[in-house]
Design a protein around this ligand. Structure first.
Ligand code: GLN
Length: 198
């Protein structure tokens, strides 16, 4: 069987860190800079960075429709931090809607200035040991529809969730040396691949 290939949208943000994690799990990576490359990957990571900048680049390089199409094919997408903002159907206090692929409403830079960035041990559903979660000017999920599975909360706020083939985290698993959160995504990609050949 050929190795799974996980793409990382390569327009802006923490790209290389995801690539390292993908390799650590023994998988192939592809930094996506052209829309055609989306056809070569089994799953896609939208990295953290700055969602407004990333959206501008998505429009400039005509990624918007190809990304929607990628999702319509049922291919898994994992959004970290700014990537989560891009996937949401709604952003609190804003009329902007980006990809609108997940039934969540997110609040940007939601933990306030005092705690701009922080690290905390987080209990994540299906992970036996807590995960060291790094939050950097992070958003949280203010509300989610019933079909969204909540994977982690911090201070009563949803910070990791899954809906069908889409996974999101407020924090940056790629900035730790713990691959377990990425593994959750890789398992989604594997399951999807099996479904496709059925
Ligand atoms: N605050 C950023 C945004 O809303 C996200 C920060 C991050 O990805 N670390 O786009």
């Amino acid at each position: 069987m050929t190795k799974l290939t996980i793409g990382v949208l390569g327009l802006q943000g923490a790209i290389e860190e995801h690539v390292k994690h993908i390799h650590d799990l023994g998988l192939q990576s592809l930094i996506i800079k052209k829309t055609e490359q989306l056809g070569e990957v089994d799953g896609l990571i939208l990295p953290g960075g700055e969602s407004t900048t990333m959206r501008k680049l998505i429009d400039r390089y005509e990624f918007f429709e190809p990304l929607k199409e990628f999702s319509n094919q049922g291919k898994p997408i994992f959004g970290t931090c700014a990537g989560m903002v891009l996937l949401a159907k709604e952003i609190t206090d804003s009329n902007t809607i980006h990809l609108n692929l997940m039934d969540i409403s997110v609040k940007r830079n939601a933990f306030g200035r005092q705690v701009d960035s922080f690290v905390t041990k987080l209990d994540v559903k299906n992970l036996k040991q807590p995960f060291n979660a790094i939050f950097i000017r992070a958003p949280y999920i203010e509300s989610a529809s019933e079909n969204v599975e909540i994977l982690a909360t911090y201070d009563g706020k949803i910070v990791a969730a899954k809906q069908d083939h889409i996974l999101v985290s407020s924090f940056h698993p790629e900035l730790t040396d713990d691959n377990r959160f990425l593994e959750i995504f890789v398992n989604m990609v594997k399951e999807q691949k099996v479904d496709m050949v059925r």
